[in-house]
Design a protein around this ligand. Structure first.
Ligand SMILES: [Zn+2]
Length: 383
C-alpha cells in the first residue's frame, strides 16, 4: 500500500513514537492522529442536534415542561441556529467550525443505522464493529459482543497495555458491548467500583456513585462516568478512550423533555472540557481526534419522541461529528450525503493509521472521507 518515497516518513514516525514512549509499532503514513477519544450520547436525536430544542415540546405543558420555565428560557430561540447553539454551544461554535458534523436531514445529509432494531446494544455494536449483526446482536442482554470490537483491535495491533484502551460508560451493558473477550480492554460501566483508583478523586467518585443514585438500576450518573474518565485520561494517558454517556435516553423514555435537554447540554459541556483538557496536555495536543456519535435516533413527533426501536422507523437516523488534526475544518456540506453508523469503526482505524480493510474484513462501513480528507484512505471505495 505504501509508496517507496514514504518509507522515511514511517521511520520518522517510528522514531518519534519511541521518543514519546509510545508502542514501537510503526504508524502508517498519512495521519497525524495518534490518539482517539470517542464520545457517545445515548439516543440523542438529530432533530435537537441540528434544530435545537423542539418548540412544540418546549412550549407544551406536558413532557415534564409544566414547571420548567427556566429550561424554556435557556434553550428557546427564534431560529434553529439560535436554538441549537444555546443547547450545544461547543458543538456549534467549535466542532462544526473546526471539524465536521453530519446528519442534518433538513440539508439532505443522511447518517443511517444499518441494523434493523434501532435500540442500544445493536447500535453501539454497529459503531464498534463496522457492521450490523442482526442475527446475533438482537437484544440488550449484557453478553460479550459476538465479534471483536475496534477497541480490542486497536489494543492488539498497537500492543498496548490494558489501561491504554479504556471505556467509561454510564450503562452497565458496556461490559458486554465493548469487548468480545471479557477483560481484553479496560471497562468501567454502570454502578461499578474501581479496583485500583488511579487518583484520590477517582477513589472519591468511585465511592460516591453508590450514594448518588439515578432512578435507574443499570445506569449511573453521567457526571460520575465523565469525571472518572477524565481522571483516567490525565493519569493513564490512554491512546484510545471511549466515554459512553447515557442519561439522555433514560430521561427521554420517561417523556421528560426538560431533563433530556439538560442532559444533552451537559453532554456538550463534557465535549468542551474534554477538548480543552486534550489541548492542554502535550501527549494529546495536535495529535488527538475526537469522534462523537449516538446509537440510535427516536420518534419525530411529540407523541413518539420518547421511543425508538423496530416500530419507530425514524429512529434509524443518527449523526456523526469529528474534530482533530486529520479532519479539515467544516466547510458547509452542500451536496447530499449518505453515511452509516457502520462507518465509524473503519474511520477510527484509518485515523490511527491502520488498514481498516485488513482489520475489519467483514465491515459494511467505509472510512468517512469528510473526516479523513487529507490522506488517501486504504479503501478505494471510501465514502
Ligand atoms: Zn440507546
Amino acid at each position: 500500500m505504501r509508496r517507496p518515497g514514504q518509507r522515511h516518513i514511517v521511520q520518522q514516525a517510528l522514531c518519534l513514537g519511541v521518543l514519546l514512549g509510545l508502542s514501537a509499532h510503526p504508524l502508517l503514513p498519512g495521519t497525524r492522529t495518534k490518539c482517539v477519544v470517542l464520545v457517545t450520547g445515548d439516543g440523542i436525536r438529530w432533530q435537537e442536534v441540528f434544530r435545537g430544542a423542539d418548540p412544540n415540546l418546549l412550549h407544551s405543558d406536558d413532557h415534564g415542561m409544566k414547571e420548567a420555565a427556566e429550561v424554556r428560557q435557556k434553550f428557546g430561540g427564534s431560529s434553529r441556529e439560535e436554538r441549537r447553539e444555546r443547547l450545544m454551544p461547543f458543538l456549534w461554535t467549535v466542532v462544526a467550525r473546526q471539524g465536521v458534523i453530519v446528519g442534518d436531514r433538513d440539508r439532505n445529509q443522511i447518517v443511517r443505522l444499518q441494523n434493523r432494531y434501532r435500540f442500544s446494544y445493536p447500535g453501539y455494536s454497529e459503531l464498534l464493529t463496522g457492521r450490523p449483526q442482526d442475527d446475533v446482536v438482537n437484544s440488550n442482554a449484557n453478553r460479550p459482543n459476538p465479534s471483536e470490537t475496534v477497541l480490542e483491535i486497536v489494543r492488539r495491533e498497537l500492543r498496548l497495555p490494558r489501561d491504554k484502551v479504556a471505556v467509561f460508560a454510564s450503562w452497565e451493558v458496556f461490559h458486554g458491548i465493548a469487548a468480545h473477550s471479557p477483560g481484553s480492554i479496560f471497562v468501567n460501566a454502570g454502578y461499578d467500583a474501581l479496583d485500583s483508583p488511579p487518583t484520590p478523586r477517582s477513589r472519591e467518585l468511585s465511592q460516591a456513585q453508590f450514594q448518588l443514585l439515578t432512578p435507574w438500576r443499570s445506569v449511573r450518573h453521567d457526571y460520575i462516568t465523565f469525571e472518572l474518565a477524565m481522571e483516567h485520561l490525565r493519569s493513564k494517558l490512554p491512546r484510545l478512550l471511549y466515554v459512553a454517556l447515557g442519561e439522555t435516553d433514560d430521561w427521554a423514555h420517561q417523556d421528560r423533555y426538560d431533563r433530556y435537554l439538560e442532559a444533552l447540554h451537559y453532554f456538550d459541556h463534557c465535549l468542551e472540557r474534554l477538548w480543552k483538557t486534550l489541548q492542554s496536555l502535550p501527549a494529546y495536543r495536535g495529535q488527538t481526534t475526537l469522534l462523537i456519535a449516538t446509537d440510535h435516533g427516536r420518534g419525530d413527533n411529540p407523541s413518539t419522541w420518547p421511543r425508538h426501536g423496530e416500530k419507530v422507523p425514524e429512529a434509524a437516523f443518527v449523526w456523526l461529528a469529528a474534530l482533530g488534526p486529520d479532519t479539515p475544518p467544516g466547510e458547509p456540506i452542500t451536496t447530499p450525503i449518505e453515511l452509516t453508523a457502520s462507518d465509524l469503526a473503519p474511520t477510527l482505524l484509518e485515523l490511527l493509521g491502520m488498514d481498516s480493510r485488513r482489520l475489519l474484513p467483514q465491515a459494511t462501513g467505509r472510512p468517512v472521507e469528510l473526516i479523513l480528507r487529507r490522506r488517501k484512505t486504504h479503501s478505494q471505495d471510501a465514502r
